[in-house]
Each structure stands twice: as structure tokens, then as C-alpha cells.
Design a protein around this ligand. Structure first.
Ligand SMILES: NC(=O)c1ccc[n+]([C@@H]2O[C@H](COP(=O)([O-])OP(=O)(O)OC[C@H]3O[C@@H](n4cnc5c(N)ncnc54)[C@H](O)[C@@H]3O)[C@@H](O)[C@H]2O)c1
Length: 249
């Protein structure tokens, strides 16, 4: 068992309804944290909260939000704060985008950046202000190997993820003196609905490039997030590669 010190802490997770986000909700709930779960997929998000209510422990508060809407982001921060000061923020939500770079439209580019980077910036700024005042906080950004090394597809997605890694360092430097740590996790492929939308040929080719020989489970990635969200974490400004060896640096 990790000594996470998460019992009774309020944890805000974006993109919580499925995939890695849902695994994060389950992992933090199991650690005794009070989870605020933000997703645009209200039905799935509520169903998960309901399921965990049956499991006992702290309740999960599902909030319906479209992260492209910055007023909604501010409202969600207020609703979360009403539950108690937010100690942990996990910026997990993202929108996939994998077309050839020649085919990306300005609309798609803006949309990918709005969800995958702009929302993370404004949400973090809202939440980090309170963390700074209280002198404690843990922020974890879910980046991607796509932000570290080029792929023939995914120019918008990869650029936004690279931006998220840069943003992680900026916030880490800005907040270090306040007892707030900010880190990124960069997975390669994870077995989630996002990856199931990748065509089988590409998936097989990408899996073949993973030295550990398979893609990650959401639980394996969530485990690293728990570590970075724990009281005893001393890392900040770091990017943790959870990629089965697909990128060694
Ligand atoms: N699955 C992978 O192979 C993989 C690899 C590397 C990194 N990642 C990263 O891991 C994180 C989780 O990915 P996943 O595979 O679980 O994705 P997913 O598509 O399965 O889930 C993403 C969640 O984000 C929510 N979301 C999307 N747009 C939103 C919006 N505008 N407002 C609010 N919520 C929104 C979706 O409703 C969904 O619940 C993402 O940041 C992704 O980039 C995933």
C-alpha cells in the first residue's frame, strides 16, 4: 500500500466518466478521498458516482461540464470549493485527434487546444490560487508520449500535449515556494475507449513498438497519479513516462 495521505482530501478530476478518468475516480475513492468528477458525459459520470455510492466511503460529486466553456469551468471551481478546499487537481480530460496533418481544419485545431490545453490552464489557475493561499496542493496533468516524440498523425493533439508539459513546468516553478507540486504523466497507449477508436492496424503497429509488449491498463497509470498526488510526493515540474519503454530518455 502507498501511504498517500489522501483520506478526506478533496480531489478534482476532469474527464472522469470513462477510461483513465474513471479509473482515477475509483483509485482516489478507494484511498478515502472526496472526489469531484467533471465530465461532459453526464449520464456516464453520474452512473459512476452512483455505483461508488453503493461501495461506501466518501461520496463522489459528479458535475456536468463542457471544458470548452470557460465560464462553466469557473462555475465548476466554485461548486467544488463549496465541498471543501481542493487539495488535488488532475487535468485528465482530452479530445483525440489523429488525422494526417494535411487534413486538420482550423476548427479542429481550436477545439483540441480548447479541451486539451486551454481548459487545463484556466482550471489550474482557479484551483491553484486557493492551494497557494493554503500552502498545500498536488496537481497532476495527463500528457502523452505524443507530446514528447513525433507521430505521423496527431499534430494538434501532440502540440497540445507538448504545451501541457510546458505548462506543468511553468506552474511548478511558480508554485514551488507555496508547497504546491505540479507534475505530468505521459502514457503511451492505455486500454481505454479513446484507444479503441484507433484502427486495428495502427494499434498493432504502435503496440509492437512497446518493449513491455502490451499497452497499459488504466489502473497502472492511475497508480502513478496516486503517487504524485500523495502527501509524501517530493517531485515537481517532472514528466513521468508510463509507456512500457516506448520512449526511453
Ligand atoms: N488512451 C490512450 O492511449 C492515451 C495515451 C496517452 C495519453 N492519454 C491521455 O489520457 C487521458 C485520458 O484519456 P482516455 O483514453 O481515458 O480518454 P477517453 O476518450 O476514454 O475519455 C476522455 C474523457 O474526457 C471527457 N471529455 C472530452 N471532452 C470533454 C469536454 N469538452 N468537457 C468535459 N469532458 C470532456 C470525455 O467525455 C471522456 O469521459 C487524456 O488526457 C489522454 O490524452 C490517453
Amino acid at each position: 500500500m502507498l501511504a498517500t495521505g489522501l483520506v478526506g482530501r478533496t480531489v478534482l478530476i476532469t474527464g472522469s466518466a470513462q477510461g483513465l478518468g474513471a479509473a482515477l475516480v475509483r483509485a482516489f475513492h478507494a484511498e478515502g478521498a472526496r472526489v469531484v468528477a467533471l465530465d461532459v458525459d453526464d449520464a456516464r459520470n453520474r452512473a459512476l458516482a452512483e455505483e461508488l455510492r453503493g461501495a461506501g466511503g466518501e461520496s463522489v460529486l459528479p458535475l456536468h461540464i463542457d471544458l470548452r466553456d470557460l465560464e462553466a469551468v469557473a462555475d465548476a471551481c466554485r461548486a467544488a470549493a463549496a465541498r471543501g478546499p481542493v487539495d488535488v487537481l488532475v487535468n485528465n480530460a482530452a479530445r483525440p485527434s489523429a488525422g494526417p496533418l494535411w487534413e486538420i481544419t482550423p476548427e479542429e485545431w481550436d477545439e483540441v487546444f480548447a479541451v486539451n490545453l486551454r481548459a487545463a490552464f484556466f482550471l489550474t489557475r482557479h484551483i491553484a490560487a486557493g492551494m497557494r493561499e493554503r500552502g498545500y496542493g498536488r496537481i497532476v496533468n495527463i500528457a502523452s508520449i505524443a507530446g514528447q516524440t513525433p507521430r505521423p498523425t496527431g499534430a494538434a493533439y501532440g502540440s497540445a500535449k507538448a504545451g501541457l508539459i510546458a505548462l506543468t513546468r511553468v506552474f511548478a516553478a511558480e508554485l514551488a515556494a507555496s508547497g504546491v507540486t505540479v507534475n505530468a504523466v505521459a502514457p503511451a497507449m492505455i486500454d481505454t475507449p479513446m484507444v479503441r477508436s484507433v484502427d486495428p492496424g495502427t494499434l498493432a503497429e504502435l503496440t509492437a513498438r512497446v518493449p513491455l509488449g502490451r499497452i497499459a491498463t488504466p489502473q497502472e497509470v492511475a497508480r502513478v497519479v496516486l503517487l504524485l498526488a500523495s502527501e509524501e510526493n517530493f517531485a515537481t515540474g517532472a514528466t513521468y513516462d508510463v509507456n512500457g519503454g516506448a520512449l526511453m530518455r
